[in-house]
Design a binder for this molecule. Structure first.
Ligand code: PLP
Length: 454
């Protein structure tokens, strides 16, 4: 660690020591709810992503760009449900669509016309031939992999080191691995992320670094005939944001075609947020299959995957894809309204303008106080990472200063800016955010940066 980082880590610890008691004082209701919740749910939460130390801040409602916690404290929301809420909270168009669908019967497990209309919209928007529905990002990826294996008759899956694609056994490898168990610089190993994953699963996984087409080529040269699919986020969004370097995605595309490997873009996070047509549109590279969830649902539980007809047709040739709740009328109505009426081309202009206002506002403080940090601006999504140079892969992320992030969390929350709990995340701006909300974030961060520099 450099002398600057050591100084900033020490200063961060002081800030956190001042801010945490304030946060705990303001959220006594959350503490009480946690004490109740922990008796009926491990960690007191519905998903382990929601745990907090010493307890999570529980929310009770949201409206527009704002949320209120269990104690009634008000925040501008930049967490936005890990990126699901690009529409903002209780958007009237989405609320109306859900209400209307609910009054017509919540579920039939039979396809309704809205599902067909949504399939058509996804095909149009993301330029794919066919789609199928499920209920989450995990399921979308799991299903895309089944189809890719069926299409190729191969079993092995290649993935990018550090990436998260859902909590299914076969993909819970090398997700934020520890520095000690991730393998040598040129030889990432498949490290299980969770207990309870069968040991033999690792035989079906290969891991490569992001932005390293040479490593991918070497892997395909050695084992291309065994590899069914490469699954990747075209822009990494589980370690802040890591952009693909110029030419990288094009080379990946070329290699997958050459070796007959199905290229799967996991657009669960980026699909609805960074451009109307997601990463495919933004970076101009087309996968064989893509997966979506989160923001396409306007806050409802939905996932989808789709791509070239000849690959998707495997579902008609024996690749099982099922699910009682697939195409649930409430979710598809919310999603159709979200995609056709809320996340319009104009909405992406608004998100892009606000994103740039936020990222450049934070960057100004970074520059003024010469912090070891950089910002990334990508439409509704963006982040600040505590390393001077932009990140190119997961190993760079391990060099970020986590102590600064840890101090920034209570600082921002105490000033009414609701953040994602974890430096691997990023902000999401909604269509209901405006300049005032962005400026609150920028001002609160300016105060934090000044305090750090003291
Ligand atoms: C890139 C990516 N893929 C897949 C998933 C899994 O989605 P879900 O939590 O809806 O199962 C996530 C969740 O954070 C994700 O970020």
């Amino acid at each position: 660690m450099s002398a600057t980082d050591e100084r900033l880590s020490a200063r961060s610890a002081e800030i956190a020591a001042d801010e945490m008691p304030v946060l705990l004082e303001r959220t006594a209701g959350s503490k009480a709810l946690y004490e109740r919740a922990v008796k009926s749910m491990p960690g007191g939460v519905a998903s382990s992503f929601q745990v907090g130390d010493p307890y999570p801040v529980y929310l009770s409602r949201g409206q527009g760009a704002q949320v209120w916690d269990h104690d009634g404290n008000e925040y501008y929301d930049f967490h936005n449900g890990f990126g699901t809420m690009a529409v903002g909270h209780a958007h009237p168009v989405v609320t109306e669509a859900i209400t209307k669908a609910a009054s017509n019967g919540a579920h039939f497990a039979v396809t309704v016309e809205t599902t067909v209309a949504l399939a058509e919209e996804l095909c149009r928007r993301f330029a794919v031939d066919q789609v199928r529905f499920c209920n989450s990002g995990t399921e979308s990826n799991m299903s895309a992999i089944r189809v890719a294996r069926a299409a190729t008759g191969r079993d092995v899956i290649a993935k990018i080191e550090g990436s998260y694609h859902g909590h299914v056994d076969q993909l819970m490898y090398s997700v934020l691995p520890g520095a000690d168990d991730m393998g040598g610089r040129d030889m990432p190993v498949a490290t299980p992320k969770s207990k309870g994953v069968p040991a033999g699963m690792a035989d079906w996984i290969r891991v490569v670094r992001f932005n390293d087409a040479d490593a991918l080529e070497a892997l395909f040269q050695a084992e291309g005939d065994k590899i069914a699919a490469l699954i990747m986020e075209p822009v990494m969004m589980n370690i802040g944001i890591v952009l693909p370097q110029p030419g990288y995605l094009e080379k990946v595309r070329e290699l997958c075609t050459q070796y007959g490997v199905v290229l799967i873009f996991d657009e669960v996070k980026c699909g609805g947020t960074i451009a109307p047509g997601g990463a495919q549109e933004r970076f101009g590279v087309k996968p064989d299959l893509a997966t979506w969830a989160k923001s396409i649902g306007g806050g409802t539980a939905i996932g989808a995957f789709g791509g070239r007809a000849e690959v998707m047709e495997e579902i008609n040739r024996g690749a099982a894809h099922q699910g009682t709740y697939n195409g649930n009328p409430l979710s598809v109505a919310a999603s159709l309204a979200t995609l056709t009426k809320v996340l319009t081309p104009e909405a992406y202009e608004h998100l892009g303008r606000l994103g740039t206002r936020l990222a450049s506002g934070l960057q100004q403080s970074v520059d003024e106080f010469d912090l070891p940090a950089h910002t990334v601006d990508l439409g509704s999504k963006g982040c600040i990472s505590y390393r001077k140079e932009p990140l190119t892969n997961y190993r760079d992320f391990l060099e970020t200063n986590i102590d600064i992030y840890a101090a920034s969390y209570p600082w921002m929350v105490n000033r009414g800016v609701f953040m994602t709990p974890g430096d691997e995340e990023q902000w999401t701006i909604s269509v209901q955010h405006d300049d005032e909300h962005i400026d609150r974030y920028v001002d609160a961060f300016a105060g934090f940066a000044a305090e750090l520099a003291k």
